[in-house]
Design a protein around this ligand. Structure first.
Ligand code: AMP
Length: 304
């Protein structure tokens, strides 16, 4: 088994959805990612928290053997994000992004992280993604995520990151915003050409589009759920399960490996969205995941 290195946000979120609202709940891409990935692999986190970050949040990850030696504590406040969802809940509407301690963050990855073979550059400022990647010696498989905030404020740097990764996991509207593609298929093909990479386009309740340069498209719906409480973190949970699983295989992933990783990502995200914040994901067991996997098989099976 290889370790997965992740750089991303450790955050507090205020979230409002048709199911209710929370004013301050634990969030951030690195938290969702680590909870999901640690079901499959050892996770190493690079990030920064402020003085208000609760020790219990760090303990939750430590209890899953997540290595937090790359997490710095700095004077000031933890990253804060406020968002709301309306209608079909497929897209977050950002109301506030307070970078706080991320504004002056200078990621230095610990020596013992430098041999990481699997690296995930979760949603964070592109210059920080590049900074971390440049410190890893010989990564075998590198992935990234991003969001509209960075597409609007740092597109040239974002394109530099895109050119360096093996897979990009991204929302449909964000993929279209970067490429000018009119649909997920066109956007996936265009993103793939930015460096001969695989692309996973996340489409909320409509599931995902995987494009692999040799194996082509693989498209599946999400696990059907009648009620979604809070979609926050679905993408990061997907990415965590996806990368954690691939790292557990400990080889350069094949197109087939990516297909399986996407299914596990979809299933894991389906649990995350059943409660606010990281609550449901933090309680998830592998047994529950596998049981839901059996139901999902029946949903997507072709019988003729
Ligand atoms: P997602 O999986 O895309 O729903 O990601 C949700 C998480 O992303 C939330 O917990 C936020 O704290 C975090 N987030 C929101 N905006 C940003 C940003 N600009 N940079 C880094 N993390 C963010």
């Amino acid at each position: 088994m290889s370790e997965v290195l992740v750089i991303g946000s450790l955050a507090y979120d205020a979230i409002s959805t048709p199911a209710g609202k929370v004013d301050r709940t634990l969030g951030g891409s690195a938290n969702y990612f680590s909870l999901a990935a640690s079901m499959w692999s050892q996770v190493r986190v690079v990030g920064v928290v402020g003085e208000d970050y609760e020790a219990s949040a760090l303990k939750m990850l430590e209890s899953r053997k997540v290595d937090l030696s790359g997490v710095q504590k700095q004077a000031g406040k933890t990253f804060f994000w406020k968002g709301r969802y309306e209608g079909s809940l497929n897209e977050a509407i950002t109301e506030v992004t307070d970078l706080n301690v991320f504004e002056s963050f200078n990621p230095v990855i610990p020596d013992q992280f430098k041999d990481s073979k699997f690296v995930f550059l979760a949603n964070i400022a592109p210059h920080l993604q590049l900074e971390v990647l440049s410190q890893v010696k010989e990564p075998l498989f590198v992935g990234m995520d991003t969001m509209n905030f960075w597409i609007q404020s740092a597109l040239p740097k974002l394109k530099e990151v895109l050119a360096k990764v093996d897979v990009v996991l991204i929302n449909e509207t964000e993929a279209q915003a970067i490429t000018g593609g009119h649909n997920a298929i066109q956007a996936a093909e265009r993103l793939s050409k930015m460096g001969e990479k695989s692309v996973v386009i996340k489409r909320g309740e409509y599931g995902f589009v995987l494009y692999h340069p040799q194996d082509g498209f693989h498209i599946l719906p999400a696990f059907p759920l009648p009620t979604v409480v809070d979609p926050t973190g679905a993408g990061d949970s997907f990415a965590g399960a996806f990368f954690g699983y691939l790292a557990s295989l400990n080889r350069k992933p094949s197109g087939l490996d990516l297909r399986q990783a996407c299914k596990l990502g979809t299933l894991t995200a389906s649990f995350t969205i059943q409660d606010f914040g990281v609550k449901r994901l933090s309680e998830l067991t592998q047994n529950e995941l596998l049981r839901r996997g059996e139901v999902y098989k029946n949903v997507v099976e072709m019988r003729s």
